[in-house]
Design a protein. Structure first.
Length: 370
């Protein structure tokens, strides 16, 4: 089976984990053990941010960032529905209200026009997603929020190493959240990171991840146990060194996929707008003018040919029972979200795949939709 994504781990990660086990220092009660600090410093340097704060997973990164921005009951947070549910759940857990807005039909990222339509005096934060590894219009969103006391918390769970106007994602938004889940561009098994250039946010994030303590046993705010373990950080540090080569291979695989599928008129292939550099977490295509049933049949046929195609996301967050059947969220018009959920599916381009596998995936898809 050609997997949609697969961890790329080697001797370096194994040796790093064993070294931590032998050291006897598996974690630190403040969340700042030596491996965590090393990983944070290296990650901040990689993205070009002043601070990086390691946490237990990507959803914790989003939740901690919302709390650091003082989001709470009575506030509204604007975000896309066409993404993973973690961001919306993080908003609900603060007591605030998610406000779902529509996406751009070509990039699948949040539309700045939709943000403008749905913003209100209650808007406290915006969570744009860099979907599939393509940066959102982070410059436009930052310009919109400027002077409005609205925090921009970028969800870059899929966008390690992506760039906007020559700057790495993680160095632009007020706070940027990354995930190191097993299928991501780099992994710690489970893990997350928040980057920021703001000293106040960094201080708040470090307290929130460690029970709200300003120093040991001195609690100044409500917090959580969002510590990253030393083993996870050691693996992450080893993975980060490999990220440039991983990104290069993903790009090569994506370009080859485009070359092989480019003459297929039934497919809309992923775009990379000027000024944006994709991290190619997923290669997402769209079937022109089909419904979900026909899309799903094609995905099933690919699975039958040992290709793990994936649908992200067949059920936008606003359509799931929690958000559909309650009043915990509100939404604007979502026509592009609804269309995309019926027509898109993703193909593997991860760095474990060689040219032979990429050509097999593309050729199989061409035959399937012919």
């Amino acid at each position: 089976m050609i997997r949609i994504n697969q961890p790329f781990l080697g001797k370096e990660e194994i040796d790093a984990a064993v070294e931590v086990l032998r050291s006897g220092i598996l974690t630190d009660k403040s969340g700042m053990g030596p491996r965590v600090l090393e990983f944070e410093r290296s990650f901040a340097k990689f993205v070009g941010a002043k601070h990086a704060v390691a946490v237990v997973n990507g959803t914790a990164a989003l939740h901690a960032s919302l709390l650091a921005a003082d989001v709470g009951p009575g506030d509204e947070v604007i975000l896309p529905s066409f993404t993973f549910v973690g961001a919306a759940n993080a908003v609900v857990l603060t007591g605030a209200t998610p406000v779902f807005v529509d996406i751009d039909k070509d990039t699948y990222c949040l539309r700045i026009e939709s943000v403008e339509e749905c913003a209100s005096r209650k808007t406290k934060a915006i969570i744009p997603t860099d979907l599939y590894g393509l940066p959102c219009d982070i410059s436009g969103i930052m310009n919109f929020s400027r002077g409005k006391d609205i925090a921009v918390i970028e969800d870059a769970a899929q966008a390690h190493g992506a760039q906007f106007d020559g700057k790495k994602i993680g160095s632009i938004a007020d706070m940027t959240c990354f995930s190191f889940y097993a299928g991501k561009n780099i992994t710690t098994g489970e893990g997350g990171m928040v980057t920021t250039n703001d000293d106040g946010y960094a201080q708040a994030l470090r307290m929130i991840r460690s029970h709200g303590e300003q120093r040991p046993y001195w609690t100044v705010r409500a917090g959580h146990n969002y510590h990253m373990t030393e083993i996870a950080a050691a693996i992450g540090y080893a993975q980060l060194k490999k990220l440039p080569s991983f990104l290069e291979k993903r790009r090569k695989n994506a370009e080859l996929t485009t070359e092989k599928l480019n003459m297929t008129g039934k497919l809309l292939l992923p775009k990379e707008p000027d000024g944006r550099r994709h991290s190619w977490y997923l290669y997402t295509v769209r079937l022109r003018g089909v419904n979900a049933a026909k899309r799903n049949k094609i995905v099933d046929k690919l699975w039958n040919k040992n290709i793990e195609a994936g649908v992200y996301y067949s059920s936008p967050v606003h359509s799931t029972p929690l958000y559909r059947d309650s009043n915990i969220a509100r939404r604007g018009r979502l026509p592009e979200t609804e269309k995309a959920s019926r027509q898109v599916f993703s193909l593997p381009v991860h760095p474990r795949l060689g040219e032979t596998e990429i050509e097999y995936v593309a050729e199989t898809l061409r035959k399937t939709i012919a």
